[in-house]
Design a protein around this ligand. Structure first.
Ligand code: SF4
Length: 356
């Protein structure tokens, strides 16, 4: 273990990337960076980190912002529950801890949106507490080097890795140690094509010496992805269209979207327009189909969203349907939208609003 630790720490001191959250111990910034970087690549995450720090330099600024403001700033990053939890927790820290981030592991762990990994990262980096942060990078490095074949996403696996990681972090500078392991996994011991030839620990690495690199880490069977079919209706009247806030639990909660009809499969247009929700809300006798896009797919972690846009011209002004708000061209990008709607509007803004 001493050999492993000393080599990884040395490697980190030589090769770590210069990232803004590495130059601070401010728990608010560490927390922000950790939440942004979950499921996000560093390059993309960096831009969002800078945006958030600029817009909300203190946790109080985030806490007193509106949720719409926070979601708008988050737009494009996906997994919007992260942004909602970030906002909720900022308010909670302001109210309960007077704006001071709690300094004790279990208090940090109790905050909404903060799991074992994030709590350990904040506790170790900001407060020097000895808690190992186990992310996908760390599981991979440890499983390969120590030859641990129990699935890292099983209860037994989590125990085995946790125990090992707790032994490894003892007597180290915890924040540096955690970051070193994660960075080593991200840059050297990568999922595909790890740089084993020039790896400082290769002579003692189990996977390398047994030529089993691709067999670690092991995982339980994957959960099946669910297919969903979204038919977005873009209704254009004079110079506006309609959006609604998605309030249901699940994906994209509290983001704005066009009227949406979800079906169980790819359905022909006629049967979409015969659906009660369309008939009741949009008075079909006053509407004409203007354009129908091809189906596309948006992949999420557990769902495949098949989607298309049906542009409908309203030939008469109809009463505003409940739940919807009227949105004009110059305002539409002020709303937090799912990425696929934002992309569609960026490409088709003129044609969407050309109907007067
Ligand atoms: S030798 Fe290869 S597999 Fe082993 S720790 Fe180094 S990079 Fe990872």
């Amino acid at each position: 273990m001493d050999f492993f630790n000393s080599q990884i720490h040395l490697w980190y001191s030589l090769f770590k990337r210069d990232l803004p959250w590495r130059n601070t111990r401010n728990p608010y910034y560490i927390w922000l960076s950790e939440i942004i970087l979950q499921q996000t690549r560093i390059r993309q995450g960096l831009a969002y980190y800078y945006r958030f720090v600029e817009e909300f330099p203190e946790i109080e600024d985030l806490a007193t912002a509106s949720e719409d403001q926070v979601l708008k700033l988050w737009q494009g990053l996906g997994y919007y529950s992260r942004a909602r939890n970030l906002h909720f927790t900022a308010k909670h820290v302001l109210e309960t801890y007077n704006g001071e981030f709690p300094e004790e592991y279990f208090s940090i762990r109790k905050l909404k949106g903060i799991g074992d990994y994030t709590a350990a990262a904040i506790a170790s980096i900001s407060f020097g507490l000895s808690y190992p942060a186990l992310d996908g990078n760390v599981y991979r490095v440890l499983s390969r080097y120590f030859g641990i074949s129990v699935p890292c996403d099983s209860n037994e696996g989590r125990k085995v890795f946790q125990e090992l990681a707790e032994n490894l972090i003892k007597g180290t500078e915890p924040g540096m140690h955690n970051q070193a392991l994660m960075e080593f996994g991200a840059l050297q011991c990568t999922p595909a094509n790890p740089k084993c030839e020039d790896c400082p620990v290769n002579m003692r690495c189990f996977a390398y010496s047994h030529q089993k690199i691709n067999e670690f880490p092991t995982k339980k069977k994957k959960t099946k992805q669910r297919d969903r079919y979204f038919n977005y209706l873009i209704l254009t009247g004079e110079s506006f269209t309609w959006l609604r806030k998605r309030v249901e639990d699940g994906i994209w909660k509290n983001l704005f979207e066009f009227p949406l009809i979800e079906t169980n499969e790819k359905t022909e247009i006629g049967s979409i327009l015969r659906k009660t929700e369309f008939q009741e809300n949009f008075m079909p006798s006053f509407s004409e189909i203007e354009n129908v896009s091809n189906w596309k797919i948006h992949i999420l972690s557990h769902q495949r969203i098949h989607y298309r846009f049906i542009r409908i011209r309203l030939t008469r002004i109809i009463p505003q349907p409940a739940e919807f708000i009227r949105v004009y061209k110059e305002d539409i990008f002020n709303f937090a939208l799912p990425k696929l709607l934002d992309a569609y509007l960026s490409e088709n803004l003129e044609s969407v609003f050309s109907i007067a």
